[in-house]
Write a protein that binds this ligand. Structure first.
Ligand SMILES: Nc1ncnc2c1ncn2[C@@H]1O[C@H](COP(=O)(O)OP(=O)(O)O)[C@@H](O)[C@H]1O
Ligand SMILES: [Mg+2]
Length: 255
């Protein structure tokens, strides 16, 4: 199962990604979690120690040069479009409590998307992870979904867009849906996070129109407190874990 998670910054993408990764892992699936959000915090949320030492693949200059066969200072002229990447997940991922983690980093953007060695390597790696491997992939992305392309969307079982009460993240959800449609990705669903009460649940449902809603996750101050006190947010709230557990069950039942 390949699940991509998108949405506005701060809505809880990484929390949902982490709890889903843990749910799959605890159900004995082999799981690789991929941090593709420039604002990386998946490793820390999953409880990986020494997260400051993790270098995103997008910043591994020598590796990018070696695999795309570009020479230093000669970028942009020639590079290999199908670099070898099948060894990278093992080489550059870390494992913690049964979950493998890979920090991808950002795609470079130029006018109309940049045609460059960095993107070529990341695209090949993403294609490998989504198409050639049979483990569960949980992809933690930003609101831009440039890591996905026409060639890889068919492998994505679900694009989950996380929203929270308020106008901004809902507008982002509609924008993400448009971006997804542009690349032919239509299997998407919303997770509404940080819900205080039934009123909010109803208001969000009304605003979401014909979006599939995969689940509602309650707001829990215990998460905020755990975060402030540097404690694991994954274990901070039973109601939140239970809500994501129900989302996990739905995904498994559908997949
Ligand atoms: N249901 C919730 N209740 C309370 N706080 C939450 C909830 N979900 C997420 N948070 C908090 O909101 C902040 C942003 O969450 P995060 O998962 O990092 O968002 P994103 O990855 O979308 O930027 C974190 O401090 C997290 O602990
Ligand atoms: Mg995040």
């Amino acid at each position: 199962m390949k699940i991509a998670i998108s949405g506005k910054g701060g809505v809880g993408k990484t929390l949902v990604a982490s709890l889903l990764a843990r749910a799959f892992s605890r159900a004995d699936y082999s799981v690789i979690a991929i941090d593709a959000d420039p604002d990386t915090n998946l490793a820390a949320t999953l409880g990986f120690p020494k997260t400051d030492r993790l270098v995103p693949i997008s910043e591994m200059k020598e590796l990018i040069q070696e695999r795309t066969e570009t020479r230093p200072g000669q970028s942009g002229t020639y590079f290999k479009m199908n670099p070898r990447v099948d060894d990278l997940p093992e080489k550059y991922s870390l494992k913690h409590e049964g979950i493998r983690l890979l920090v991808m980093g950002q795609m470079k953007r130029g006018g109309g998307g940049c045609y460059c060695p960095e993107n070529s390597l990341l695209a090949a790696l993403m294609a490998h992870l989504l198409l050639a491997r049979d483990e569960v992939v949980i992809l933690d992305m930003a609101a831009g979904i440039e890591h996905l392309g026409r060639g890889t969307v068919r492998a994505v079982d679900k694009l989950i867009i996380v929203v929270e009460p308020g106008r901004a993240s809902l507008e982002t959800a509609f924008r993400v849906r448009k971006l997804a449609a542009d690349i032919g990705l239509t299997s998407l669903a919303v997770v509404a996070n940080k819900i205080h009460d039934q009123e909010e649940e109803k208001a969000i449902s009304a605003r979401l129109g014909n979006f599939e809603i995969l689940g509602f996750v309650p707001y829990d101050q215990a998460l905020v407190d755990a975060d402030i006190n540097n404690l694991s947010v994954l274990d901070a709230s039973q109601p939140v874990s239970d809500a994501v557990g129900r989302i996990f069950n739905k995904l498994v039942a559908a997949g």
